[in-house]
Design a protein around this ligand. Sequence first.
Ligand SMILES: [Cu+2]
Length: 175
Amino acid sequence: MTLLNKFMTLLAITALVGCGESKKKEENKGFEYEQPSNDAGTAEAPDLEPISNTVTITGNDLMKYNKKEIKVKAGEKVTLTLKHVGKLDKQVMGHNWVLLKKGVDLVDFATEAQTAVDNGYIPEGTDDVIAHTKMLGGGESDTIEFEAPEPGTYQFLCSFPGHYGVMQGEFIVED
Ligand SMILES: [Cu+2]
């Protein structure tokens, strides 16, 4: 009988402790609740990278740039390197990087550019472009330098026929 009593007491204590623990867990839960917003902050960390005017962007055989957005500082020279990290020939999967002036319609430009075969798909004598690289094939790269335009958001694209739909992005010049 005594033994059973002890056992019952032990059970009661265990239950109490268990209760306390589950209470603690709940408190922890409340604390952990704030973590998702912390995680989201971490996920956005790339935006907090210091802005550099030395930029490398790649293009691949899947017709993709590795960047949808490029940020630079105003009033400074930009050094931009385009690397074609694929293997395909530039006749088949050529890539360039073209920065358009503000107000230039990207689709209009790309449509005109695709007929400029002999000029690397840059319309001859165009006034629409701030800067552009050469047309590259797999394994090639080209580095260009230009003054950052005035603060604002500009568009860039690859002017190889049919690529602009996927290969385009925003070039943001920050004050
Ligand atoms: Cu391309």
